[in-house]
Write a protein that binds this ligand. Structure first.
Ligand SMILES: NC(=O)c1ccc[n+]([C@@H]2O[C@H](COP(=O)([O-])OP(=O)(O)OC[C@H]3O[C@@H](n4cnc5c(N)ncnc54)[C@H](O)[C@@H]3O)[C@@H](O)[C@H]2O)c1
Ligand SMILES: O=CCc1c[nH]c2ccc(O)cc12
Length: 527
């Protein structure tokens, strides 16, 4: 009897291995010491049932590029309906077990994941540089933020609780904060690992499972995250990665076993995701684009305002959703502001993103670079003046000749009706405009369909808080910019999105509340 069971076990095990074409060596081990120009990716980048899985067909594969060199890292075949179904079912099976654990037990596993990630921080950051083009300095900061995100939600997990509500006649009710089930995460390419963590860590902390689809342009670090979760003790199937683009994303949004979709990306795609989710009455979190205003009053501390404007525009080559790209400067200080901001922008070291001294790396792709340069040309045609940058940049290192670099750009003479001021550029381009009064600048700052973030520089405390109250945006930074943290809620107003990520607020978006009403006496029936 025993031998028969064992034979059965091995038969199914080998069948599963053969069917899924699983790969056993951890991806990070293969990518250890990632460097520009040499990384080769032959391993599959899908992950479900606790292992990496080859896509069924190599058809329709799209190249994944190394932005700093223009080299092809791999060809990425998209997952189809069958693979998406396998990933979702694997998530559902794991969810049934994971959701029964206490918050303390779930938190302990997540803390271990954070520990492992911190141990490998630099190696993971190098992979992010290879796949995204951002500088190693920034990538290390990003991975540190991801570690903090996992730690933060590990700490939140044991605190999840309901309420006890007293009712007449000794009766009472209580609420239970319950998970939603299988959640789908769909990410953008600008913060590949951070976005995967900001979705998966709260989802898992709350007792859900997740199927995550990274952007096909930056698909690697999500799989490294999956392997770290597994190593930390997350059950097989709880966190899964499916690769692909619009079609794979759409299959995930339509899958009947999916309870929620958390999406980060552009407004047009966000609208489609909301429409697809609506068909299944699924919950959505949408983290979309922005065109955020940064208002600099004449009573500001000018050096800080200049530094703030640079932080608001040039991190990750300007490819940051909450960037303060519409910079309104009170007329009296405009000349000093421009002189200082241009001096510092010209001094930004563009080039090899792996070098310590580099402050700006490569944009994500050739089409993105061309699009951003096109915005600069269009701005000039519409009357803006280029004070610096806005040109393709070719580093001296021959290895980087094919990379997608440009010089960071400051535009003066901008008007609210110009394309560069109205549309999200998603590149290193700052548009500067003068203003005269607080009332006027608030009206102009709010005159947009976006509402992701905003900023104000002033020494007047009352004005700072008045402006923050009147700006129609999900975040307002006072006397700094882009000082985001995992402990504070992040999310847009208006067309910039629905729901929040980070902070305690996110719990609302990964749980549902069950009410249990308890009778302590006899039933008073009218019938
Ligand atoms: N608010 C935020 O937190 C935040 C963060 C990062 C980026 N963004 C925004 O993202 C945009 C840039 O990222 P992007 O170019 O990757 O955005 P995108 O909308 O093109 O793609 C985002 C993701 O959606 C997937 N997708 C595309 N079509 C889909 C469909 N029909 N159904 C389901 N999924 C689909 C893509 O494959 C990708 O994974 C910018 O607008 C930026 O502001 C917002
Ligand atoms: O492009 C924006 C990416 C993003 C989304 N949420 C956060 C929080 C903190 C960040 O630094 C970036 C982001």
């Amino acid at each position: 009897m025993h031998a028969r069971l064992l034979r059965h076990f091995f038969f199914f095990f080998f069948l599963r291995q053969k069917f899924l074409k699983m790969s056993q060596q951890p991806l990070l081990q293969l990518l250890h010491n990632a460097s520009l120009g040499s990384l080769e990716l032959k391993e599959p980048l899908n992950f479900w049932c606790g292992a990496r899985v080859q896509a069924r067909s190599a058809g329709n594969a799209e190249p994944v590029y190394e932005p700093a060199t223009g080299r092809v890292l791999c060809d990425l075949p998209p997952c189809g309906a069958e693979e998406v179904d396998q990933a979702v079912r694997s998530a559902h099976a794991a969810y049934l077990k994971w959701s029964r654990l206490s918050g303390m037990e779930r938190g302990r596993v997540l803390l271990e994941a954070a520990r492992i990630m911190r141990e490998r921080l630099v190696d993971i950051a190098k992979v992010e540089v290879v796949n995204n083009g951002k500088t190693l300095t920034e990538a290390k900061g990003n991975i540190h933020m991801a570690v903090q995100g996992i730690e933060y939600f590990a700490g939140i997990a044991p605190t999840l609780a309901g309420q006890h509500i007293q009712m007449p006649g000794g009766c009472f009710a209580y609420t239970r904060r319950e998970p939603l089930g299988v959640c789908v995460g769909i990410g953008a390419w600008n913060f590949p690992l951070v976005l995967a963590v900001m979705k998966s860590a709260p989802a898992l902390a709350c007792g859900n499972a997740m199927v995550y689809k990274p952007s096909p342009m930056a698909p690697i670090t999500a799989v490294i995250l999956a392997e770290i979760y597994k190593e930390a003790g997350v059950p097989d199937g709880l966190f899964n990665v499916v690769q692909g683009g619009a079609e794979t994303g759409s299959l995930l949004c339509h899958h009947p076993m999916v309870a929620k979709v958390s999406f980060t990306g552009s407004v047009p795609t966000g609208k489609k995701v909301m429409e697809m989710a609506a068909k299944g009455v699924k919950q959505v979190t949408l983290e979309l684009g922005g065109k955020s205003p940064l208002i600099i009053f004449k009573d500001c501390e000018l050096e800080n305002a200049v530094k703030g404007a640079l932080m608001a525009n040039f991190l990750t080559q300007g490819q940051v959703c909450c960037n303060g790209t519409r910079v309104y400067v009170q007329r009296d200080i405009l000349p000093q502001f421009l002189e200082e901001v241009v001096k510092r922008t010209k001094a930004i070291a563009v080039g090899d993103p792996m070098l310590d001294g580099t402050r700006m790396g490569a944009l994500i792709s050739r089409p993105q670079l061309d699009k951003v340069l096109g915005f600069v040309k269009e701005a000039q045609k519409q009357g803006a003046r280029v004070l610096c940058g806005g040109e393709p940049f070719v580093p001296s290192d021959p290895k980087l000749k094919g990379g997608y670099f440009m010089s960071p750009c400051v535009l003066d003479n901008c008007r609210d009706d110009m394309t560069c001021v109205k549309e999200e550029i998603f590149g290193p381009v700052m548009s500067v405009m003068p203003f005269d009064t607080e009332e006027e600048v608030l009206q102009r700052a709010n005159n947009t369909t976006f509402g992701l973030a905003s900023g104000v520089f002033t020494r007047d405390v009352a004005r700072a808080h008045r402006v923050a109250e009147n700006l129609q945006a999900g975040t307002c930074f006072i006397n700094n910019y882009n000082t985001n943290s995992v402990v504070v809620p992040f999310g847009g107003y208006k067309m910039s999105g629905i729901g929040k990520e980070n902070g305690q607020a996110v719990i609302e978006y990964y749980t549902q509340l069950k009410t249990v009403v308890v009778e302590m006496g006899d039933v008073q029936s009218l019938f």
